[in-house]
Ligand binder design. Structure first.
Ligand code: HEM
Length: 499
């Protein structure tokens, strides 16, 4: 049931009763950020729509770069300028880098034993250190290079075999990221025992959907639990959690099996089990911590990497001249050696500029994950009380005409003239966010996307299926915490003649 249907069915009949129990809290006057007018009880929830980052970008034109929006009973601050993003992600990062302990994320994060939803504290600091030094360090990412190269080659082969037919390139990309992340985390792609027929990726995508579905408990502290039972949200989360947990449990037990075949490379579970053995750790690692981290490795990487590749391929097909220029750059550099290797990527400046431009236009996580203040703070002269949720509207910043000329156009050249980095040093460009909560998987994310897309462009010439025009490409978005292309991209591929 979608949010609006739910609001109509549940609140309209109950409105008189709910208004009776509505109380306004009085306290010392605060100078709060401007707010769009809302309704009793639901606040501004009804205005958000299916693509809230777009609605909020529009509202920011009227209410300014620091805006207070009430989502049910929860006040949420949205910032939408580079200056205010810098305040939140850098200058006041230390006071604004917690996460709200929302009931909706409690279960899926193994009671906050993950990385992404864990409030600021000892475990989060510990696991971020483990990410930097072990799990996602440049050395670790380099050690998974053979997996990336093998899986990208498998994708290219499977497209070559089917290249006389229209190819669902979105599906190929999702298969690639699923397999790639499975091998990186589990050491292999599991077959049998319930892992077959895409069951595992189904579990990952169901869990992702749960996180973006409306959760009453997150917005209505007193009766949200009843709402979630009525809408079926509780049952959906329970099912998604159960499926994901079964997979993680099986994979961990496999790694603990003394007869397990020895492998040359450590996968993510191997690393975490090795750290678990260290009894001297300030926070002992349990299997639930391992599962919480695995949840992040899958939920934070599979969709973001796949959607990044899907959008950039869409932009290439919509801009054939850019695609030709990129292909010429790649093919001139790589020659006839048959594949692009990671060592080639550094020199592919125009290709990398095109990728950055696609990350600007289709920013993977348009509102980031909400942060929570850890004390009373000030933002642009406004009072932001302790425990207030804050979103950075990166979408609004990436589309701001004051920063970007013709912001809706795909112009890779702007990243040649202005070589902004993806690493969050400049607050007008934040595809991986910045600060303490910035993406710890950036090295792996960039490595996957660059290698896969470069090989797709090197190995094939791409066209739309017969009879389809550029204007027919559906550019609609779905917001699922991440920004996904609504319909798959179907293309014709002609293998590049290497002779
Ligand atoms: C193209 C691929 C990727 C993109 C665009 C991306 C982007 C992001 C963004 C925007 C955030 C939100 C940061 C915030 O709220 O301030 C994030 C968080 C996160 N990402 Fe990534 N990501 C990608 C790949 C990955 C990969 C491959 C991993 C791990 C294997 C990963 C792990 C995480 C984790 C654990 C967090 C939560 C960090 C925290 O709360 O401390 N990401 N990512």
């Amino acid at each position: 049931m979608d949010l609006l249907t739910f609001l109509a069915l549940f609140f309209v009949p109950l409105l008189p009763l709910l208004l009776l129990i509505w109380k306004t809290k009085t306290g010392k006057p605060l100078k709060l950020p401007p707010s769009p007018p809302g309704l009793p009880i639901i606040g501004n929830l009804h205005q958000m729509g299916a693509l809230p980052y777009r609605t909020l970008a529009e509202l920011a034109h009227e209410y300014g770069p620091v805006m207070l929006v009430r989502l049910g009973r929860v006040p949420v601050v949205f910032v939408s300028s580079p200056e205010m993003a810098k305040e939140v992600l850098k200058n006041q990062d230390a006071n604004m880098c917690s996460r709200a302990a929302q009931p909706g994320t409690r279960k899926i994060s193994y009671d906050y034993k993950d990385i992404a939803f864990t409030p600021y504290g000892e475990w989060w600091r510990e696991i971020r250190k483990i990410c930097t030094l072990e799990l996602l360090s440049p050395k670790a990412v380099q050690s998974y290079l053979y997996v990336r190269e093998e899986e990208v080659a498998n994708m290219v082969d499977s497209i070559a075999k089917a290249s006389s037919d229209p190819i669902d390139i979105s599906e190929k990309i999702v298969n690639l990221t699923d397999t790639l992340i499975c091998r990186t985390a589990f050491g292999k792609v599991y077959k049998g025992r319930g892992f077959d027929n895409g069951k595992f990726s189904e579990a990952v995508h169901d869990a992702m959907a749960c996180l973006s579905n409306f959760s009453g408990e997150d917005f209505f502290p007193y009766f949200g639990r009843i709402i979630d039972k009525l809408t079926g949200h509780t049952a959906t989360v329970d099912r998604a959690f159960h499926n994901l947990d079964n997979f993680f449990e099986m994979a961990i037990q496999d790694h603990l099996n003394p007869n397990r075949e020895k492998t040359e490379h450590e996968d993510i579970i191997d690393v975490l089990l090795r750290l678990k053995k260290d009894q001297s750790r300030r926070i002992p690692i349990t299997n639930n911590h391992i599962k919480g981290v695995l949840k992040d490795v899958f939920l934070a990487s599979v969709d973001t990497s796949a959607l990044s590749m899907g959008w950039v391929m869409t932009e290439f097909i919509r801009h054939p001249n850019v695609m030709k220029k990129v292909q010429a750059e790649i093919r001139n550099h790589v020659g006839k050696k048959g594949k692009v290797q990671e060592s080639d990527l550094e020199e592919l400046h125009y290709f990398r500029a095109a990728l950055k431009e696609s990350w600007r236009l289709h920013t993977p996580s348009p509102l980031l994950i909400p942060r929570e203040t850890m004390c009373d703070c000030k933002l642009d002269g406004y009072d932001i009380p302790n425990k207030t949720r804050i979103h950075v509207n990166v979408f609004a910043i990436h589309k701001d005409p004051k920063i970007w000329k013709n912001p809706d156009d795909f112009i890779p050249e702007r990243f040649i003239e202005n070589p902004l980095d993806v690493r969050g040093q400049s607050y007008e460009y934040l595809p991986f966010s910045s600060g303490r909560r910035g993406c710890p998987g950036i090295n792996m994310g960039v490595a996957i996307v660059e290698l896969a897309v470069a090989n797709l462009l090197y190995s094939f010439d791409w066209q739309l299926p017969k009879g389809m025009k550029i204007e027919d490409i559906n550019m609609e978005e779905i917001f699922n915490l991440t920004l996904i292309k609504k319909t798959p991209l179907i293309l014709m591929a002609t293998p590049y003649d290497l002779s």
